[in-house]
Design a protein around this ligand. Sequence first.
Ligand code: AMP
Ligand code: GLY
Length: 438
Amino acid sequence: MKLLVIGNGGREHALAWKLSLSPRVHKVFVAPGNAGTELEPALQNIPITSFPDLIDFAKKEQIAITLVGPEIPLAAGIVDAFRAAGLKIFGPTRQAAQLETSKTFAKKFMTRHNIPTAAYASFEHPDLAHAYIEKQHGAPLVIKANGLAAGKGVFIARTAEQAHAAVNALLVENNLGTAGNEIIIEEYIEGTEASFIVMTDGVHILPLATSQDHKRLLDGNLGPNTGGMGAYSPTPFVTPSLHAQIMRNIMDPVVNGMMKEGITYTGFLYAGLMITPENQVKVLEFNCRLGDPETQPILLRLRSDLVALIEHAIDGTLDKANIEWDRRTALGVVMASSGYPEKPRQNDAISGLRELIAVQQQTDNFHIFQAGTALGGKDDEIVTAGGRVLCVVALEENIKLAQQFAYKLIEKIHFDGSQIRHDIGYQGINYQKKNIPN
Ligand code: AMP
Ligand code: GLY
């Protein structure tokens, strides 16, 4: 069969690569893809992005299933459009995607269904928001734009002044445009963050392996928020008992609640979680898709045929699906371009990467998933073409070894101005030192 993946990031490279390993798959098209997907033997990029053109392409090529990576096409209703054209696609409809595209929708939904999350209030008028901040007796508070903002819509205010400034930036200066026409102000929750991603057919839920992202640009979780600078899977923070708590208190009520409200949710569903010191799990946000970079380490560990899992999800038989994971830890480190996240520079030549791509064809213990890359110049060089450039994922016996291996691989890759974090996985390593005496 032939498949189609929509998107051009590292997550989509990993998805398309994993799908192409299925013995039943003949070819995976990626629209529009990047240099990484272009260079994978079983993948082919197609330079199409408009829905009508994608639908024509899927019909003409007799695409068996289409998978959507990013939130933007989901928010714009790509699933609705493909289904209306009689095509098989895996992902939430535009209405279901509101769990990510509208923070007020997600918050009200969580309140209706008793799903644990930070207390909040929502505002469209700056005066009311300012008054609310004063009434909260100070900071810290978290101010969030209602709409999609590519990681730029969340302000952690440590002081009341910062909270007032965030309100003004969104509601008065309109810095994020319509995404910030409505805001929520929520309670700051202390704890450890983890990512929890499931697949659902609308009724049954299949949890994927656990993971932890690193959202801040700099070591020690400092610096500005980014799309994510690295991730590893599994994370020891999600213990078996927390796993059960997350399924019981969060994932089951979300999927059931959506069904009861008549907006059946199919697709991947990602909950960004805070685990409090009292071992209570609260939802920070939902995403209506796989995480990036979480997908890269998660899929490197997936032993099952991803195509079979997606088929079960589309047919409503996910309860019959079997999912197997490599017991080892996968750890991915993102290399970002100079200037990321504010003003990423493009067109820096990347060296050392082609040599590693040749090696990775012969091993299953690492893979480099490309994101902001393109082929350019006279020798078909790989050059940077975006903020997060690539994610080097290594598979090893434990977090520490996977970390060492990933950084050893990173040393072989070079481009001017590259930015990495040097501590991906550090919280997991510290946790294990404390909890597993040797
Ligand atoms: P979000 O896009 O909602 O996941 O927020 C981005 C980041 O802001 C999260 O990864 C957290 O680090 C932080 N954050 C969001 N909401 C809260 C909260 N209520 N309390 C503490 N930190 C938060
Ligand atoms: N890594 C966070 C996200 O995908 O939203």
